[in-house]
Design a protein. Structure first.
Length: 385
């Protein structure tokens, strides 16, 4: 038995030790199995008949909307929900956001380019996805700060006001219930109106399922993209020559983003529950037991990735698990990649010499689910643009 003491800022040596010594191990203190090797993590994420995502029992409670979202359901209902949501959240709809994302990036950088200093998280990587998701859902601009507080609360388990994540879900549920009621009376050209209209064989999303998707999109859309951009800047800082390579060869950015996703995965773990008695790497896991799939460890498994502990910007192929695997592969992955590509292109092109502003210790997000830093002060060559 192993007790988890997760080193949040640099978990990677610990991951290596666990892959070698205890690749599937039980943590009695937390009552969960922990899975570290690539193939085992991939199996836990994709084999839904053995490892269920349904942690709520399908309660359908509007005050706990994540329990009825896609992330918490298994097939066949998961396929129905995903098919309905995909009608409104299409790849074409995502790609049409590109001009607006580029405009937001320009606005955010215009305010800092002349200063030669900024905080990548506070000034850029946090507001960008919050604004994108808020506009996509059709929510008022005044509510954006509240969205960030809610999403941080869910992934860390607490907020500054000491409200638990259950309380936060209730607040979010009430907020989106009001907004859904407004859009039902007066549809607009936004995602909520599109989800209300989505239909397959006469079946539509129930109100609680619609609530679940709104909450899920708000959380995943904020946290993943913020940390992807911040983690990319950390990777680029470690290889100063890479920024010049990216500037001279823009085609390198796409594989570099994939390598950021692998090397500093914004999502480090996902939770499943054993749907039946199952054996994994010789360990018997009993029905109902909690299983933590450590994505961040799987993406550093050197049986899958050559020189796994090195950041190789041009790594191809790169079959990482940063967005999950199987039926639960992240629906928002195209949006996260699009935002990151536009944002990082602008940072590389417009902020030459981008690097950390000091050597002060970075403060990690207090979560075993998401991986990133709370603040990231940087400096660069000031520009009059």
């Amino acid at each position: 038995m192993q007790t988890i003491r997760w080193p949040a800022l640099d978990p990677f040596p610990w991951y290596r030790r666990m892959r070698e010594e205890a690749p599937v191990s039980y943590d009695a203190q937390r009552g969960s199995w922990n899975v570290f090797r690539f193939e085992d993590v991939k199996r836990v994420l994709s084999e839904y008949a053995a490892f269920s995502s349904n942690f709520s029992g399908g309660s359908g409670r509007s005050d706990q909307p994540l329990g009825s979202s896609m992330i918490s359901t298994d097939p066949p209902r998961h396929r129905q929900l995903r098919s309905l949501v995909t009608q409104a959240f299409t790849p074409r709809a995502v790609q049409q956001l590109a001009p607006r994302i580029a405009g937001l990036v320009d606005e955010l950088l215009a305010g800092v380019a002349r200063r030669g200093r900024m905080d990548i998280i506070d000034d850029f990587a946090y507001p960008l996805p919050v604004i994108v998701i808020a506009e996509l859902l059709g929510t008022p601009a005044r509510d954006r700060a509240q969205f960030k507080e809610w999403s941080d609360a869910i992934v860390t388990g607490a907020v500054d006001t000491n409200a638990g994540s259950g309380d936060v879900q209730q607040q979010m549920g009430r907020y989106f219930q009001r907004l859904i009621a407004l859009r039902r009376q007066e549809p607009r050209d936004d995602l909520i109106s599109g989800l209300l209209a989505a239909e397959i064989d006469g079946v539509r999303l129930s109100d609680v399922e619609l609530l679940g998707f709104c909450v899920l999109l708000l959380i995943a859309g904020n946290e993943t993209t913020t940390n992807l951009i911040g983690n990319a800047v950390l990777c680029f800082h470690d290889q100063p020559e890479l920024q010049e390579r990216l500037r001279s060869d823009p085609a390198l950015l796409a594989p570099a983003i994939e390598e950021v996703l692998r090397y500093r995965s914004p999502v480090q773990s996902m939770i499943r529950f054993a749907a039946r008695d199952v054996e994994l790497a010789g360990q018997p896991i009993r029905r109902g037991e909690r299983v933590v799939a450590w994505i961040g460890s799987a993406n550093r498994d050197d049986t899958q990735f050559a020189r796994a502990d090195q950041f190789l910007a041009a790594r191809v192929p790169n079959q990482h698990l940063a967005f999950g695997h199987g039926v639960h592969f992240c629906l928002g992955a195209p949006l996260a990649r699009l935002e990151a590509h536009i944002a990082l292109t602008a940072l590389v092109d417009r902020l030459p010499g981008l690097r950390r502003a000091d050597d002060n210790p970075l403060e990690p997000m207090p979560s075993t689910i998401v991986y990133g830093v709370k603040h990231l002060p940087v400096k660069f060559q000031a520009s009059g643009r």
